[in-house]
Ligand binder design. Structure first.
Ligand SMILES: Nc1ncnc2c1ncn2[C@@H]1O[C@H](COP(=O)(O)OP(=O)(O)OP(=O)(O)O)[C@@H](O)[C@H]1O
Ligand SMILES: [Mg+2]
Length: 309
């Protein structure tokens, strides 16, 4: 059994090395059989026609093999820490793919779960009672991670990061583990350079000096901020009509934590500024990509097309 799994991992690693040989990250549509399921700020979620049933989360921007391996180990530790709180995490295999003449990329390989059972889809379509149940389950999981995990970890609370198996009342399953929010000795363990590598070159030294990346990570450890972020996304998902009902659930959840209640205005304001910031960020990355491609230096990130916010 173990040998079988090892053989599979070996052939998948070869398939991913093949994929990387042909992939132009600026034009992923030119790669036959490749479909993009989602875009993150850091990673792109890919599906390959000849590798059915798996999603492949592609991360680039590593300085060298060692940086990629260190990141992979941190993801594995992070998954274990979240699970130690009794919160399930989708099975996640880390594969570091070496490339000739270029720095390596990392793929997080997971089974593909049913899209209509992921939190944001449920939020959009379920009735009011099911929507509230969803929210309770996600918020309880966020709290469990905060209070029970064997290490100092946080999760990205957004509904799009959770899979809810049908017919169970237990905690939802976390899908999004590509950015490990894990503090050791009070400091963020993930190397900020990996995130900085996604920023346009002129901004990197500024963010590095300001400690922007780790300051941004700290927000995930604040339940109130995480909840505002979760609620802001109701706008993006086209269901702002559900925010008021969700606010009641969230504020009840916050009360015992000693946090001040969130208002509708907080959510709307946050979403507007977040949407502006992400819009600016994407434009800046596109501009950087254009310059790099024009000067023959290549560009190693897959960016989304136009995003409706
Ligand atoms: N295992 C999976 N099966 C099916 N769909 C998935 C799976 N994992 C992720 N997705 C879909 O892809 C989207 C993005 O994935 P994920 O949340 O892991 O990355 P992200 O938010 O892009 O990450 P980051 O910005 O931290 O790099 C999810 O919201 C979900 O819709
Ligand atoms: Mg996500």
């Amino acid at each position: 059994m173990a040998e079988q799994a090892g053989a599979d991992a070996g052939s998948l690693a070869r398939r991913l090395a093949d994929l990387e040989e042909g992939l132009a990250p600026a034009r992923p549509e030119a790669t036959p059989g490749l479909r993009i399921l989602g875009y993150g700020e850091v990673s792109a979620v890919l599906v390959l026609a000849d590798v059915p049933g798996l999603v492949l989360k592609r991360m680039s921007g590593f300085a060298d093999q060692r940086a990629a391996e260190t990141y992979g180990e941190l993801v594995t530790d992070y998954v274990a820490a979240v699970r130690s709180a009794g919160v399930p995490v989708v099975e996640t295999e880390v594969l570091v793919v070496r490339r000739t003449g270029r720095t390596p990329v990392t793929y997080l390989v997971q089974p593909e779960v049913a899209g209509d059972r992921i939190g944001h889809s449920i939020m959009r379509t379920a009735d009011d009672a099911a929507h509230e149940t969803l929210l309770h389950r996600v918020l309880d999981a966020v709290l469990a991670v905060r209070e029970k995990a064997a290490e100092d970890v946080a999760v990205d609370a957004q509904l799009s990061n959770w899979y809810l198996a049908p017919d169970t009342s237990g905690p939802p399953t976390l899908l999004d583990v590509g950015t490990p929010f894990l503090r050791r000795g009070g400091r963020q363990a993930m190397d900020a350079e990996i995130i900085l590598s996604t920023a346009p070159a002129p901004l990197r030294p500024v963010f590095r000096r300001l400690g922007t990346v780790h300051a941004y990570f700290e927000d995930y450890f604040e339940p109130r901020t995480a909840a505002v972020d979760l609620l802001g996304n109701y706008h993006k998902e086209g269901r702002p009509d559900r925010i008021d009902a969700a606010l009641e659930v969230v504020n009840q959840w916050l009360e015992p934590l000693g946090a001040s209640p969130i208002t509708r205005r907080d959510v709307d304001r946050y979403y507007r500024s977040d949407a502006r910031l992400l819009g600016f960020w994407l434009q800046a990355r596109r501009a950087e990509r254009a310059v790099r491609l024009r000067t023959g230096r290549g560009y190693d990130f897959i960016l989304p097309g136009r995003v409706r916010r």
